[in-house]
Design a protein around this ligand. Structure first.
Ligand code: RIB
Length: 367
């Protein structure tokens, strides 16, 4: 069976106005064009996974159709606006995403994102998100909290920040407890459970409670603004990682999250590319942060940037596909039940990031 990625997150109808510049407060300007499309960070990531998992081999694409990946979406749409329901599920299905776990909440509206794309600012956007069914349908009830581990248990679980924060926390704690139980029974390596990719976008102000990271989050993907919002105030941070004193912002972020148990931290830098840090956090227990590997990879050059909406989502999708395929290769090599040494971690990481970067820039998740 092909490895399974389960995306737990938002589905939105995007209403996009393309404008020559962003309006000033109180100002009305005329848009140059308008369109509606399927969106939402969760749905965009699922579409990216679906499309990339079916990608044909090219000179730069490291994976082929011979490495299929299954993609499932867990989320909610509203029943009060039939046209958006008709837009979202079929769009995901066309990209190979299984939508059988997308619920319809009859007395809610589908989530909506009003987006302004500024053509004079390199396709930069401003987004206003109204959650609708993404909140009402994804409350932390037992069915939703158990969704991450529902059979068949996936290889990769990815979540973002457009569903209630209590739901994200509850799901992470569930996965953490389950993996701890498995480890206590002697299961190691990828047999101990799925890998969790967390992309807290938008970032919950004040971040998440520290306990969810160690054993709950394996890969943390943030942009620079989210990174700032997810860490505690400097004084508090330095109590956890005194060695971060005088270090750059990204170092502070990485040292902090490694210390509380995250193995892989990726900071996306927009047009500049990505920076990442991998540390030997062990299979459980806080990272010592001693054995570390960091690197920066520049983004591929694009001739003309038209619209940056969902660029980050495409990156996250490509990354998840790489994680899933790596696990499949590990299984095929008969090493599923073995923990990785730090050397293997570093090797895995270098390859995975290089592949993701080559690949993410070739794809577009815009549904
Ligand atoms: O990341 C882009 C997405 O953010 C859009 O599709 C929009 O729905 C917003 O949620």
């Amino acid at each position: 069976m092909a490895p399974l990625i389960r995306v737990i997150g938002s589905l939105n109808a995007d209403m996009v106005s393309v404008t020559p510049r962003f309006p000033d407060p109180g100002e009305t300007i005329t848009a140059s064009s308008y369109f509606t499309s399927a969106g939402g960070k969760g749905a965009n990531q699922a579409v990216a996974c679906g499309r990339l998992s079916r990608a044909k081999p090219t000179a730069t694409s490291p994976s082929t159709e011979k490495d299929p990946v299954r993609v499932e979406m867990v989320g909610a749409v509203g029943g009060l606006d039939g046209q958006f329901q008709a837009l979202l599920k079929p769009t995901l299905e066309k990209s190979g995403v299984d939508v059988s776990r997308v619920r319809t909440i009859h007395n809610a509206y589908t989530g909506v994102a009003v987006i302004i794309v500024d053509t004079s600012a390199g396709g930069e956007n401003r987004i206003f998100f109204s959650p609708g069914a993404n909140y009402t349908g994804m409350q932390p009830i037992p069915e939703i909290l158990g969704a991450g581990l529902a059979a068949p248990v996936p290889d990769v679980i990815v979540m973002q920040g457009e569903i209630p924060v209590e739901t994200v926390i509850g799901i992470l704690r569930n996965i953490k407890a389950w993996k701890e139980e498995n480890r206590a029974k002697g299961q190691k390596g990828i047999e101990a459970g799925p890998e969790v990719v967390l992309n807290p976008a938008p970032a919950p102000p004040g971040g998440l409670p520290d306990d969810v990271y160690d054993g709950g989050v394996d890969h943390l993907i943030l942009n620079e603004t989210e990174a700032e919002l997810m860490i505690p105030p400097t004084e508090q941070l330095l109590r956890t990682v005194p060695d971060a004193e005088g270090q750059s912002d990204r170092e502070k972020v990485a040292r902090y999250f490694h210390k509380i148990g995250v193995t892989y931290i990726i900071i996306t830098l927009g047009a500049k590319g990505v920076w990442y840090s991998a540390a030997d956090s062990g299979s459980s227990g806080p990272a010592d942060g001693v054995t570390r590997f960091t690197n920066e990879i520049p983004a591929s050059k694009v001739e003309k940037v038209v619209d940056t909406t969902a660029a980050g989502d495409t990156f996250v999708g490509a990354y998840c596909v790489e994680v899933a395929r790596w696990r499949e290769r590990r299984r095929a090599a008969g090493k599923a039940g073995q923990d990785l040494s730090i050397e293997e971690r570093v090797e895995r990481y270098q390859k995975m990031m290089d592949n993701t970067m080559k690949w993410a820039t070739k794809a577009s998740a815009r549904c």
